[in-house]
Structure formats: structure tokens, C-alpha cells
Design a protein around this ligand. Structure first.
Ligand SMILES: [Zn+2]
Length: 403
């Protein structure tokens, strides 16, 4: 205990000396450095972190045998320790900078609000302390139907530790999202996946990869014969129209917000009659189309308003040869909803929309046999069955912390 105290004192002194030194070099041109230019540090044993309003380091408590200290000593520290969102300790400390060691069991979130003399507003920071351990992966389930999503939550990541995933049913480079030491992935089982046993390989940087067996169950998609005006078919399904469509998708789906722009489940954009379901194959004027239907076709009268299925950012709104008047909405975390064959467009690229906001009206533009909305959801390289998002929000499983 005494040794611990001396160590803290020593580190505090070193920290203060270092701090003073850094001020001297960085602010040589300023004769009187203001308090605003101070950069408080938090020290855990031998490790120290610069604190700012944006700092959210992930700190391994296993290495820490000494209490936490903050330098320079603030006039007051308002501090809260919490676990799983519940406050376990809260205090305001004056003219003192040593905080108690967090419990070495699971993650402890520490929020500090530091007030320095001559500074009007406190400096807020939040960080997480947890024992060092291998990354833990959790899956929503181990048996999936084509069109469903494998949801993966990885816990106990170190700062900057990268994750990778690959499944032998689907070749793609899925994008992980990170928040406060947790990694999250939405990895699709495309509609074309044959039933059988597959393997998911998950790896955290500097750790051994783990293999998880995945079962894909059979799903029968009914073939649908489609008869369309041969002129529409000949003019809308051409090399040019497909190229234009794919170029649009490439451009509009490159940018994605790291975290979701929504919390709740998605809604059906139109209350119409389902004329083609997700995954159905088709013959077009007797010729197999060779692809599966990427979403829902919802028949409704021309002019019926179309709602945004979820809050998001409009990434494309315009006319294409293949899909007519088209809208692509990005919802964060690599999730996109797409709307085709619209009559009117009510939005423009770059706009933010709320769930239920009108984005246009039902029509029959592009490759279409009559007024309907084609609605589909794309995640990490494949179209998934919209029902995955309509029933409940997949984010419940991922347990995202509030921002
Ligand atoms: Zn369709």
C-alpha cells in the first residue's frame, strides 16, 4: 500500500514535470499560456493518456496495480463509475486527483468532468477499463435460412485491435463497426446460398482465429413467370442499363456511417399487395432471368406515397434506365434500402430523412409491368430478406451503447 502510494506520487511528479515540459516547448511563442491550452492526463500505473472531450481509450486494468490519477490536479473532479449502464459509484472530489481502482470484473465505464481554475466549462471525458483477455465472439444463432443475417458481437477488444471475418458460403470483405471496445458485424447469407454446413472464420488481430460451424437450412423460392411488353424489356434490360445501374450502386454505397442512424425496427414503405417476394426466381417472357429477386414488389396505385423504411441519408435519387426513378437510403453500419420504379421523387441526394418521411410516389418507370414499388435492403455485399429488419431491429442483439 505504501509502495503503491509512493509509486503514484512518483508518477504524479513525473507526469507533472513532463506536462510542464511539454507546455514550455509547445507554447514557447505564448508568453502566458492560458488554462485552455492545458492538456490533462490520466495515469494508470505506468500508462498515461491525454484526456480531451473526444478521448475514449480502452484501458487494460490487468496491467494496473495502482490507482488512477489525473494531472494537473483539477479544482474539482466529478466522477462516475458504471457497469452495463448502471452507476456503481459517483462522487465529486476537490483538490485531489486520485481515483479508486475499478473492479477487475468486466468492463467499467468511467466518466470524468474536470474543472480547472479560470476555466468556465468543465472538460468531459469517458473511458473504459477492463481486464486484458482474448476477444469473445457471440452470434445471434447458428442456423440460418437464405436471406438472413449472421449478427456477430465481439467483446473485450483492445484499442485499435482489428477484426476479420470470412464465411465459406459467401466471398466478401465484410466491414466491422467498433464502439467502446466492442466490434459488430452484420454478415449476410445471400438468397442463392445452398443448404448445408458452412464455416465462419473469425479472428482478432494477434489472436488465434476461431472457426464456427454454420448451418444453412433449405428455403424453397417459387419460380415466377413474368410477361412484359417486349419493347420495355428490350429497352430497359441492356448492357448500358445494367452498367448505369451498377455504376450508381458503386458510387452511392461506398460511403457509410460507422454507426447506425436509427434504433428501432424498419417499416414497410408502402402498404401494397406483395406480387413478388424476396429470393424468387423468374422467367421473363419465358426466358429464365438467371437472378433472384432482391426484395419485395409491392403493388399499389400510381401516386401512392412511399415512406422511408428507416431514418437515413439519401445517397442517390434519380432516374435510371433499368430501375426508373430510384432512391438509395443509407442507414449506417453498411445498411442501405433501395426503392425502384417510382413515379415521382420527393428527395435529393445528401438529405437526411426520418423514418416514415415521404421520399416519392409509386409508379411504373423502368423495367416494370405495372405500378408497384420494388423495395430491397442491402447489407455488407448482399441483399437480405427485408423481414429481417421489419420484425425487429437487429441492433438489439448487438447491444449498441447510446452515443
Ligand atoms: Zn422487383
Amino acid at each position: 500500500m505504501k509502495r503503491g502510494f509512493l509509486t503514484i506520487l512518483l508518477f504524479f511528479l513525473i507526469g507533472s514535470a513532463w506536462f510542464a515540459g511539454s507546455l514550455n516547448t509547445e507554447h514557447r511563442a505564448e508568453p502566458r499560456p492560458t488554462v485552455e491550452s492545458l492538456r490533462p492526463m490520466i495515469q494508470f500505473g505506468r500508462t498515461h493518456y491525454a484526456l480531451s472531450s473526444k478521448t475514449r481509450p480502452w484501458i487494460e486494468a490487468e496491467l494496473l496495480s495502482d490507482p488512477l490519477s489525473i494531472s494537473p490536479v483539477p479544482a474539482s473532479i466529478e466522477v462516475t463509475y458504471s457497469k452495463k449502464g448502471k452507476t456503481i459509484w459517483h462522487s465529486t472530489i476537490e483538490n485531489e486527483s486520485i481515483l479508486p481502482i475499478p473492479e477487475q470484473d468486466g468492463m467499467t465505464e468511467i466518466k470524468v468532468s474536470l474543472l480547472y481554475p479560470n476555466q468556465n466549462s468543465p472538460m468531459e471525458s469517458r473511458f473504459i477499463v477492463a481486464p486484458r483477455r482474448d476477444v469473445d465472439f457471440h452470434l445471434n444463432q447458428d442456423t440460418f435460412a437464405p436471406g438472413e443475417l449472421v449478427l456477430i458481437r465481439a467483446e473485450y477488444l483492445e484499442v485499435g485491435q482489428e477484426l476479420t471475418a470470412s464465411g465459406n458460403w459467401f466471398v466478401s470483405d465484410p466491414q466491422w463497426f467498433y464502439q467502446n471496445g466492442v466490434g459488430m458485424l452484420l454478415y449476410p447469407i445471400p438468397s442463392s446460398t445452398k443448404d448445408g454446413s458452412y464455416q465462419l472464420t473469425l479472428a482478432a488481430e494477434n489472436e488465434r482465429a476461431i472457426l464456427i460451424p454454420i448451418t444453412v437450412t433449405p428455403r424453397n423460392f417459387v419460380m415466377q413467370p413474368l410477361i412484359i411488353d417486349p419493347n420495355i424489356n428490350a429497352t430497359t434490360r441492356t448492357d448500358n442499363s445494367y452498367e448505369e445501374f451498377h455504376n450508381m450502386l458503386l458510387k452511392s454505397r461506398t460511403v457509410t456511417e460507422a454507426l447506425p442512424l436509427f434504433a428501432e425496427g424498419f417499416i414497410l414503405p408502402v402498404d401494397g399487395r406483395m406480387t413478388t417476394e424476396y429470393g424468387q426466381g423468374r422467367t421473363i417472357n419465358g426466358v429464365p432471368s438467371g437472378s433472384r429477386h432482391s426484395g419485395y414488389d409491392l403493388a399499389a396505385p400510381t401516386g401512392t406515397p412511399i415512406k422511408a423504411t428507416q431514418a437515413g441519408m439519401i445517397r442517390f435519387a434519380g432516374e435510371l434506365i433499368l430501375t426508373g426513378n430510384t432512391v438509395v437510403v443509407e442507414h449506417g453500419m453498411g445498411i442501405f434500402s433501395q426503392y425502384y420504379h417510382m413515379d415521382d421523387l420527393a428527395v435529393e441526394a445528401g438529405e437526411l430523412v426520418q423514418q416514415g418521411e415521404i421520399i416519392g410516389t409509386v409508379g411504373t418507370t423502368g423495367f416494370s409491368t405495372g405500378p408497384h414499388l420494388h423495395f430491397c435492403i442491402y447489407v455488407n455485399g448482399a441483399y437480405v430478406d427485408p423481414v429481417v429488419f421489419l420484425t425487429e431491429s437487429p441492433l438489439g442483439f448487438l447491444q449498441l451503447l447510446p452515443q
